[in-house]
Write a protein that binds this ligand. Structure first.
Ligand SMILES: [Zn+2]
Ligand SMILES: [Zn+2]
Length: 167
């Protein structure tokens, strides 16, 4: 997605942008819908612009226990600076910033948006905390039906000790 410098110059408040998820760089995120929405506001400052707003996207994650697909509806807060090239070194590092040249027509922010979504994805997604996972014998999803598989018990050191006592 690109922001036009002329729009930034004029300023905007909660402007709705939409763009295609296919246009974002591939960072292993599975998008459910091909449209992603942003509501963005721009404020001018002495180094460039401060952009804030929200990003709305739906992604899909696989439960690590049962491998079912979960849909995650992201509503993420966006905050970043667009900084004129010469001014970039004196920026606050707590907030992302993208440098631009005043001769550019547009500034691309795809990388920043993709990273924002990537960071919001759960590391170990679960369909629910109570997910029972898959049966390790037959592969059945234990959330939807029970199976009668018996999970073989392995002999332990303690079993060996019991045998010795009996002798
Ligand atoms: Zn699950
Ligand atoms: Zn089973």
């Amino acid at each position: 997605m690109k922001l036009r410098l002329t729009d930034l110059y004029l300023g905007f408040n909660k402007k709705r942008y939409h763009f295609k998820s296919n246009d974002l760089p591939d960072k292993g995120i599975t998008f459910i819908e091909d449209q992603i929405y942003c509501d963005l506001s721009s404020k001018k400052n002495k180094n460039g612009y401060f952009i804030s707003g929200k990003l709305l996207a739906k992604t899909e994650c696989e439960c690590v226990r049962c491998l079912d697909k979960n849909i995650i509806e992201h509503a993420l807060t966006i905050n970043f600076y667009l900084v004129k090239e010469k001014k970039i070194e004196n920026m606050n590092e707590d907030i992302d910033s993208i440098s631009f040249n005043e001769n550019q027509d547009e500034i691309e922010i795809d990388d920043l948006l993709t990273d924002l979504i990537g960071l919001a994805e759960p590391l170990k997604p679960l369909c629910s905390d109570a997910c029972k996972g898959l049966c390790s014998v037959c592969g059945n999803n234990k959330n939807s039906k029970t199976c009668s598989c018996i999970i073989p018990q392995r002999n332990t050191v303690w079993d060996e000790l019991k045998k010795i006592k009996i002798k």
